[in-house]
Design a protein around this ligand. Sequence first.
Ligand code: PGA
Length: 251
Amino acid sequence: MRKRVIAANWKMNGTLEQANNLLDAFAAAPLTVNENKIAVFAVPAPYLILAKEKLSGNPYLFVAAQNCYSKKSGAFTGELSVEILKSIGIEYVVLGHSERREYFGESNAFLADKVNICLEYGITPIFCCGEPLEIREADTQNAYVAKQLEESLFHLDASAISKLIIAYEPIWAIGTGKTASNAQAQEMHASIRSVFAGEYSEKVADSISILYGGSVKASNAAEIFAEPDVDGGLVGGASLIADEFIKIINA
Ligand code: PGA
């Protein structure tokens, strides 16, 4: 059975004091996590070790980096390596977020290299995909997302691809308050799963968790997560409000 995953993406937000308060709140909250439903917190890099420590009391809470570089180590000032992440016990990395693609020019090919190095180090990529508004308006979103998957992931074999988590985030829904409808989310998630089934097998496709991201809130989480191909969420803004995110995890 594929896992349910509720992931927080704090992005470039929160002072140390705010991070402490949020992490304390999540560590203390009654959360409905278990071996089939986990929560992952993608915090800014300076708080990774702190988050690991604060959340260590609950075996179903994990910490993720928001990015990493494609090389093991070396003269790459300002970058974060999987070797460093591994050494501090990080098990997940968000890759290919639309903000990385748009503002930092990350291409599908570059992301393929990042996926490879994460898997080499046993770190699970939470691989983001999703279309901009003009693609949605042209109704070519399924092919657009399939190409993102193909160019970054389809060099992997079945056992490697099964280790990934996918996050579908329509760019027009990120931080805009405009969520995809339940039907739009389900339709895309089913399309992504069928692309995996076609390239690999039904079994592989069924094993991959596909998260929805884009203006998920406590008030809409339960209905989106109830769609059959939606296996959880990647949550930005609402993950910075303790009560909201606790409700989303428990939705
Ligand atoms: P949002 O961000 O929940 O603030 O829309 C989601 C994301 O970018 O991961």
